[in-house]
Design a protein around this ligand. Structure first.
Ligand code: CU
Length: 149
């Protein structure tokens, strides 16, 4: 499969003009977006412990008490999904890395076709704000473990 590499670093370095103005005046433009305490990101599929034949599968990503918005969109209580594959949580105060272990869904996707080699894999979801930085507090799922055979 083709990993959805997106040139997010360019966007992070050159943010859209005007996005900062949506922040209240007393909040630095680069401050992580706030998230409601009851926000929850979770896997609809796969389930923890799933055994997947063939290695290709859909990941379906759920979000409660917040909305999805594409990267670069400064709307309160929104963000976009990131799928962490076989890696721990990145630093919570920086943009989430963009590589094959950290997939960004900056168009607002809520499902993705993923292919992984045979073996055991950990998956975790982490919501990011318009600049791909985790919210404050972070909106992160429990890690799940799946087996591809
Ligand atoms: Cu992102």
């Amino acid at each position: 499969m083709r990993h959805p590499f997106v040139p997010v670093l360019l966007l992070a370095v050159f943010p859209h003009p005007g996005t900062a103005s949506a922040q209240p005046a007393n909040v630095p433009a680069n401050a992580p977006a706030a998230a409601p305490a009851n926000a929850q990101v979770y896997f609809i599929w796969p389930h923890d412990g799933s055994v997947i034949d063939g290695g290709k599968f859909w990941v379906r990503m759920g979000l409660r008490n917040m909305g999805i918005a594409p990267k670069g969109t400064a709307v309160p209580n929104t963000g976009h999904h990131h799928l962490l594959i076989d890696t721990g949580l990145p630093p919570m105060t920086e943009p989430i890395p963009n590589d094959r272990n950290h997939l960004h869904f900056g168009a607002g996707e809520t499902e993705a076709r993923v292919e992984l080699p045979p073996g055991t894999h950990t998956l975790q979801l982490l919501l990011g704000d318009k600049d791909h930085v985790p919210h404050r507090p972070p909106v992160v799922s429990k890690p799940i473990t799946i087996t591809v055979r």
